[in-house]
Ligand binder design. Structure first.
Ligand SMILES: *[C@@H]1O[C@H](CO)[C@@H](O)[C@H](O)[C@H]1NC(C)=O
Ligand SMILES: *[C@@H]1O[C@H](CO)[C@@H](O)[C@H](O)[C@H]1NC(C)=O
Ligand SMILES: *[C@@H]1O[C@H](CO)[C@@H](O)[C@H](O)[C@H]1NC(C)=O
Ligand SMILES: *[C@@H]1O[C@H](CO)[C@@H](O)[C@H](O)[C@H]1NC(C)=O
Length: 359
């Protein structure tokens, strides 16, 4: 049977690749087998600076890494506009694909990537790390508890950070030819994903962008928001921004309880994370306080969330090598998130009209 240790190739040396290469090193059953950049100097500089294993191969082109039979899977942190080309080529070379978010410029491009992965029998997963934190699973238990949480009514999410002037001038995430979705693709991806998580991946009926998004000179979004409406009356809103102080908030409100957290994308601390819940709260007799105070749930994590992501991906790749089918859950979630991002873009273009979600 195939090797249990999955050999990863890193396709491009973006700064996020430093975090994920550390995660591959920390994750069990995963190793870095190669790194590629458009120049061999850059790739070898990355290998040295990040203490890659001495036998990790250094490639001066993405094609050459994809031709290496020792590489089972690739991590792709390239700018979004390059995902279509390189993810499809990786799939054709039978490499499993861990793809940075936003996964594509639009859902049509993502569909081409998904199809290439399906046809070639390789796993596709996006790089949303918080999905793999053990906290996420425990929050899911609360949200699906009809006694403590009840029915979901409303979700608010916000992911923002105050980008520095260099980022706002030169980062790939503000360049229309590289990451055309700007803050919506980068920060909004998380807010939308958190809403879908809370709604247990039920797609909304309509998406309406909020008035007043901020664009840069090139027309890339630096800040925006939208509201989402479901058939049954559930409502969600999100904000994403490169222009406000750091926030990573989820508030999910049910008929019987509420869930709050303020660090959902990157936990405040690496090895411990928490969230708070209220259930069936009321006001004291003289209305001077609450009864049933919020509970804080603390979760310890043996591995950082990005290493949990690599572990899960390596596990899936290992079982596919051993004859199992690919796991459809991950590309399905990526696609739902992408459909909503597309709808926000369309709504902005149409003057903040509601846009129907058609899956
Ligand atoms: C490594 O992979 C093997 C085979 O799939 C599995 O039994 C083992 O639990 C994995 N190790 C860890 C620490 O996940
Ligand atoms: C949320 O989005 C709206 C509309 O784009 C914007 O006016 C507001 O400033 C945003 N808020 C934050 C915190 O980003
Ligand atoms: C964000 O707010 C905190 C306190 O609320 C402040 O100390 C910090 O400087 C702010 N960050 C930025 C980038 O403005
Ligand atoms: C692969 O399949 C064999 C036989 O079904 C099983 O014994 C083995 O544990 C599997 N290995 C992995 C890595 O899943």
């Amino acid at each position: 049977m195939g090797d249990t240790v999955i050999g990863f190739g890193i396709l491009g040396c973006a700064s996020i690749a430093r975090k994920v290469s550390r995660a591959i090193t920390l994750a069990p059953n995963a190793t870095i087998s190669g790194v590629a950049s458009r120049s061999i100097e850059k790739a070898s500089g990355f290998a040295k600076a990040n203490s890659l294993p001495p036998d990790a191969k250094i490639y001066g082109s993405y094609e050459s890494l994809l031709g290496d039979p020792d590489i089972d899977a690739v991590y792709v942190p390239l700018p979004t506009s390059l995902h279509l080309r390189w993810a499809v080529l990786a799939a054709r070379k039978k490499k499993h694909v861990l793809l940075e978010k936003p996964v594509a410029v639009n859902a049509a491009e993502l569909d081409t990537i998904i199809e290439a992965c399906e046809v070639n029998g390789v796993q596709l997963m996006d790089g949303t790390m918080w999905m793999h934190h053990p906290r996420t699973e425990i929050m899911r238990h609360f949200l699906s508890d009809t006694e403590r949480f009840g029915q979901l009514k409303t979700v608010h999410t916000c992911f923002s950070f105050a980008a520095d002037p260099d980022f706002l001038k030169g980062d790939i995430r503000v360049k229309p030819d590289l990451d055309a979705l700007g803050a919506l693709g980068d920060a909004g991806w998380y807010g939308v994903g958190a809403i879908l998580f809370a709604a247990d991946y039920e797609l909304p009926k309509t998406v309406t962008a909020l008035h007043g998004p901020v664009f840069n000179e090139a027309g890339v979004i630096l800040e925006c928001g939208a509201s989402l409406l479901w058939e049954d009356g559930k409502v969600a809103t999100f904000n994403c921004s490169f222009l406000t102080n750091l926030t990573m908030d989820i508030t999910a409100i049910g008929t019987k309880g509420t869930l709050h957290l303020n660090d959902f994308v990157v936990p405040f601390q690496e090895h411990e994370a928490s969230f708070t819940t209220n259930s069936k709260s009321g006001i004291t007799e003289f209305m001077t306080g609450w009864v049933s105070l919020p509970s804080e749930h603390i979760i310890t994590a043996e591995l950082p969330q990005e290493a949990c992501m690599v572990r899960e991906f390596a596990r899936l790749v290992g079982s596919i090598k051993n004859g199992s089918k690919t796991e459809k859950k991950w590309p399905t979630r990526s696609r739902k998130t992408q459909l909503i991002l597309d709808a926000v873009m369309t709504s902005i273009k149409r003057g903040y009209e509601p846009v129907e979600i058609v899956s």
